[in-house]
Each structure stands twice: as C-alpha cells, then as structure tokens.
Write a protein that binds this ligand. Structure first.
Ligand code: MRU
Length: 329
C-alpha cells in the first residue's frame, strides 16, 4: 500500500493519526482537506510531504480551474501548510510551474515526483545499508528516531529503508527506536512498520538514547531529515540533536539518510530555517488527556538543528557525503 497516491481524481493517504490501532485510507478531494491533513500530520514525513505538495497543486488545478485567483491562494496554502520540511514547498512549486500548461500537465509532473521518490527510496536503502556495514560491520546495532519508513515517503522510506535492507541482507544486529515525543511517531509508526518488516527492535524513551550509546549498546545512529542545508546542517525531528551529541560523545557514527529532494542548497545553514512550533497542547496533553496542571505554559519546537560537524555522513539516493572527512554538500 502506498502512503500517498492519486486515485480516480483525488488524493488518497494512509491516515497516520489513526495508526497503529486503525489502518484506514483517507480520500481527500479538495485542497482544503489536503491542507488540513498535512497540518494534522495525517500525512507527514519529508518525502511524503513533497508528493502531497505536488498532488495538492493538482487538486487546486482541478478545483479552481475557472478561478485563477482562488487557485493561486490554494497553491499558496498547500505550499505553506507546514514550514520546515523543504520538500513540501518544493513539491508544490514544481507542480505549480506546470499550471500554464493545463491541469493534466500539473498532474503528470506530480506523478513524476511520486515515481522519483519511489525510486529514490530503494537507492537510499542500498547506499545506506552499504555504509552502515562499512562503518559498523556485519551485525550493526542501530538507533533511529521519529519515523523514516514507508509512511514518511510513498513506499520504502529513507533511513528505515536502509534498516530494512540490512535486515534483508542478514546484516542487522537490532534496532532501538526512540518513541519521539510528543506525537510518538517512533512508538506508533516506526514500531508498527518494524514489526511488519520482521525487524528485531526495542522501543526506548527519547532521553534514553545518549545513555544507551554511552553504555555501548548502539553502533550507529541512523535517521532522516526534513531539510539539509548548504553547509550540511541537518534539520530533523526534535530530539535528533540530543542523539547526535550522544553519538559524538560515544564515538559512534551519526548517519542521515534522505533523498536529494531534501537537500536545500538555497538555505545556507540551520539558523535560516523556520522551525515549526506546534503549540502548547501537544506537550500538555496526550490524545485529549491532560498530563500537566491546567495553567502550565509549554514550548513545542517540532524540529531541531544538528550542526554539520556532528554528522558523520549524509546518504542520499545518489551519493554518500562524508562530512567527517571534510566532504561538503
Ligand atoms: O513532524 P513529522 O512527523 O513530519 O517529522 C518527520 C521527521 O522529522 C522525519 O524524521 C523526516 O521527515 C524524515 S522522513 C523520511
């Protein structure tokens, strides 16, 4: 099953807010529905957001075919539905560049991006698995964060595609998945996917990562990115930076696997990236149950910046960039 696709004139997504309890497909027939799904994280993860952006423009081209002003506003709404992952705005812009050629041309471009992401995932899996074995040997014990599997892409994924490939090759010693507060992409989504893949894993609270590394239980950290800046800074789910510091202290590789579509040479460094703040409620409560006193304030950055000098290597679908050896984007 594809995480996101175009089916009979509408966008269909696997509803990631319902997993792991319920597996259901949402059919999104309007731009407004799609933007809402992006904001609620019903569809999420950088590569999937890129495809959502492009398919959102395909929806806009149909919905507002006779109203250019509203079409333009709808395209902008898709593009800015979430600010941090470069894939979303980039996917929307790429499809929007075909608007003057007509709605079929827009859809064709969006489906081309979908197909590129599918091919990209397999390549990332192969290159990522090769690098892990080169650095960690034939039974690597890996720690991953957030969700970088098929649910974050169209199929396959990024860092989790490499984990799955290592498992297929018999070269995986085990996985620690960190739960990824506050929305639990690790506990809900990565755990669900690893179980389906038959990969041996244990779940840990986010803050356990650096200690498990210090205790020698992790050979490398492997995770994805929402934006890779020109200087190699990596913007990814909040908690990534702590794992990178833990990896540096423990002297183990910190590996980032992402498609070329996440590499943004137009952004000089992490300080230039807008970090989405998702508001206090996600911190103060979980699924409607309050976990803090009612009058408490909260801060909720959804992403953080890992400076390039904490990153051992970035693996894309086309190349391995060894930042630790002085190679640059
Ligand atoms: O807020 P989310 O769930 O969209 O954040 C996703 C992440 O941070 C992923 O690690 C990133 O997009 C890489 S996806 C292959």
């Amino acid at each position: 099953v594809r995480t996101i696709d175009w089916v009979d004139g509408a966008v269909e997504i696997v509803d990631q807010t319902a997993l792991p309890d319920v597996t259901r497909v949402l059919r999104l027939s309007t731009v407004e529905d799609l933007v809402d799904a992006i904001r609620r994280l019903a569809v999420r993860g950088a590569p999937a957001l890129g495809v959502a952006g492009a398919l959102g423009v395909a929806l806009a081209a149909r919905q507002y075919a006779a109203d250019p002003a509203r079409r333009e506003a709808a395209v902008a709404a898709v593009q800015h539905a979430r600010p941090t992952a470069v894939n979303l705005a980039r996917g929307a812009r790429r499809a929007a560049a075909r608007l003057s050629a007509g709605r079929d041309a827009v859809l064709t471009e969006a489906l081309r991006l979908r197909d590129e992401e599918i091919a990209s995932s397999a390549a990332q899996g192969r290159l990522g698995a090769d690098l892990v074995t080169e650095l960690c040997g034939p039974a690597a014990r890996l720690l991953t964060h957030c969700n970088t599997g098929a649910l974050a892409a169209v199929v396959g994924g990024t860092a989790l595609a490499a984990v799955a490939e290592l498992h297929r090759r018999g070269a995986l010693g085990g996985v620690v998945a960190s739960e990824t507060r506050p929305l639990l992409q690790g506990a809900r989504l990565t755990a669900w996917e690893l179980r389906q893949l038959g990969v041996p894993f244990r779940l840990a609270v986010d803050s356990a990562g650096p200690f498990l590394m210090a205790r020698g239980e992790v050979d490398a950290v492997i995770l994805g990115a929402d934006r890779i800046c020109a200087n190699g800074d990596v913007v990814n789910k909040i908690g990534t930076y702590a794992h990178a510091l833990g990896a540096q202290r423990a002297g183990i590789p910190f590996l980032v696997v992402a498609p070329e579509s996440t590499v943004d040479t137009g952004t000089p460094d992490g300080a230039a990236v807008e970090i989405e703040d998702r508001g206090r409620d996600e911190v103060l409560e979980f699924r409607g149950t309050r976990t803090a006193p009612p009058d408490v304030d909260a801060v909720n950055p959804a992403f953080d910046v890992t400076p390039y000098d904490l990153v051992t290597a970035i693996v894309t679908d086309r190349r391995v960039i060894r930042l630790d050896k002085g190679e640059r984007i």
